[in-house]
Design a protein around this ligand. Structure first.
Ligand SMILES: [Zn+2]
Length: 59
């Protein structure tokens, strides 16, 4: 009864800043839950968005 271990999390695209819901897979890769990510980057680079973390795009 072992299912693949994955954890649902929020992730942010490091390129465009789009936030989406993603899975953290057992190999620590981060993949979007659905294809409805508001990200049009050629290569989406998702970074796990920690709940206590705030977007720091202001410089
Ligand atoms: Zn993006």
């Amino acid at each position: 009864m072992t299912h693949e271990e994955r954890e649902k999390t929020a992730a942010v695209c490091e390129t465009c800043g789009a936030i989406c819901v993603a899975w953290i897979l057992s190999d620590e890769s981060v993949v979007p839950v659905s294809t409805t990510v508001k990200c049009e980057c050629d290569e989406t680079v998702l970074r796990v968005f920690e709940g206590t973390e705030t977007l720091a795009n202001e410089e």
